[in-house]
Design a protein around this ligand. Structure first.
Ligand SMILES: [Zn+2]
Length: 209
């Protein structure tokens, strides 16, 4: 073992740790890409959350949402919407609310995690058992591993191909099955710090024929 090299690494990491600052409210570190802090040391995700709770009329939004989904509601038991679904908290909450609070019939679509784990499988199974249809797409592992390795070497990000998969597979499934409505879950940038989208961004409706 090269002790001198080990010490240098420890020194370097402790210097880096000293430069880390945390949001005064939520403890999100400044190492998150695109996070910003105001003069009180509070991050933009916290400010975005405060803005939502202070200025949004949630009842009016719920009524607007109900008006928007009504034309899509299935009358023959076919899927009327699709949820790109990891099995995590936000996409599961969206799926659950659509089915049990708003009476929709969503199809859940998962592009497999690169390395599915027991907790994820358990969580997905728990929701599916409540009565959802689910499509789980697992790509050719020989191809996927090769792409992950290549993108890790070329770009330092092994998830480039996976990102493409999670974006393409739900939309392709919606098109293939003629499902006119897709519900994405939280906007991670707004929720955890990053580029916050306008509340009115891309708010247009194309009604089913
Ligand atoms: Zn914060």
């Amino acid at each position: 073992m090269d002790i001198s090299r080990g010490n240098a690494e420890i020194k370097h990491s402790s210097e880096a740790a000293r430069r880390i600052a945390y949001c005064k409210k939520c403890l999100m570190p400044n190492s998150r890409p695109r996070i910003t802090f105001d003069e009180s040391g509070v991050c933009n995700a916290c400010r975005n959350a405060e803005e939502k709770w202070a200025n949004l009329d949630w009842q009016a939004r719920k009524e607007e949402f109900q008006r928007l989904i009504e034309p899509f509601r299935s009358k023959n038991g076919y899927w009327d919407c699709l949820v790109p679904w990891s099995g995590g908290k936000d996409s599961s909450a969206v799926a659950y609310k659509l089915k049990f609070e708003f009476g929709m019939n969503p199809l859940l679509v998962t592009f497999s995690p690169q390395i599915p784990n027991e907790v994820g499988n358990h969580n997905r199974e728990a929701l599916i058992r409540l009565g959802f249809d689910h499509i789980f797409f697992r790509p050719n592992q020989k191809v996927h591993r090769r792409l992950a390795r290549r993108f890790f070497i070329e770009r330092g990000n092994q998830k480039v191909a996976w990102d493409a998969g999670i974006n393409v597979i739900p939309v392709k499934t919606a098109v293939d099955f003629n499902i006119p409505l897709v519900f994405y879950a939280e906007h991670g940038e707004s929720e955890y710090g990053g580029k916050v989208l306008s509340q009115e961004a891309k708010k247009s409706v194309i009604l089913p024929k």
